[in-house]
Every structure is written in structure tokens, then in C-alpha cells.
Design a binder for this molecule. Sequence first.
Ligand code: ZN
Length: 155
Amino acid sequence: MFRVFKKIHKKWHTSISQVPLRRVHRKRVGAFRHNRARYDSDKEIARIRVHELLTQWGPVIGVRWKRVSIKAHRSRWGSCSAAGNLNFNFRIIDLSAPLAEYVVVHELCHLRHLDHSSAFWAAVAQVMPDYNTRRAALSRWTRLHALHPNPPPVA
Ligand SMILES: [Zn+2]
């Protein structure tokens, strides 16, 4: 079940072009080796931001999560496991508040529906009626700035 879910989930979250990812990945690994301190501090900022949003939205959606991890995913903003653990991309710190909020709400709603069924999207829409606009904006952002630690500055 979890496997199937991960597969579907990955499909959705990797709507970015697959082509530059390998190149980006090499750059990413290099950047981490030379700037580990910067990565660690970005991760801590992300952790604080994610926790603020979880604390704000968890009770609204009526869910509780277990462990939260902040990682450097290559192609996802977040994920949710069947065990109730949440993962978020540390690059969430580069998103505008409405988009970061959407990422967190999306993963929190997965604690209720572990798929992208219509019930899942209905749960998202219930707490965030404009989620579709945010979802489209997030897609655009992701296409413009591939998920790696040293993207071009946001205009
Ligand atoms: Zn999802």
C-alpha cells in the first residue's frame, strides 16, 4: 500500500522536467560538500518554518503527525508515509508564504487520505479553497527554479 502510494506520489511531485535533474544533482552534491554550514543553517530555518505551519494547520485539518524530517529532495516538496511521518524539502524556505502553506496543507491532508483521490482534493479544498491557484503557482515556480540549493535568485 505504502509502495503504491509512494509511486503515485512521486509521479505527482515530479511534474518538473526530468531532463536537468542529473546535472542539478551533481551540482547539488558539490554545493553541499563546499557549503555544508549553509545547508545546515537553511535546514534549521526550514524546520522552524515547517513547524510553525504544522502547528497552525494541523488542528484546522484535524490530524496529528509523528516525525518530521527536513531533507534535500531532488524532486519533491514533501511526502507523507503510512506511518504518519512527514518529509519536507528544505527549499521550502525559498517559497512565498502562500506556496509554503500549500505544501504543508497538502502533506497534512495526506494524513487523512494517503493518495490523490477526489476525497483527498476535497479535503484540501475544504481548508484552502484557492489551493488550485497555489498548486499552479508552485508548479510554475518549480519549473523556473529547479530544486537544487543554488538556484537563480527569485525575481
Ligand atoms: Zn501528494
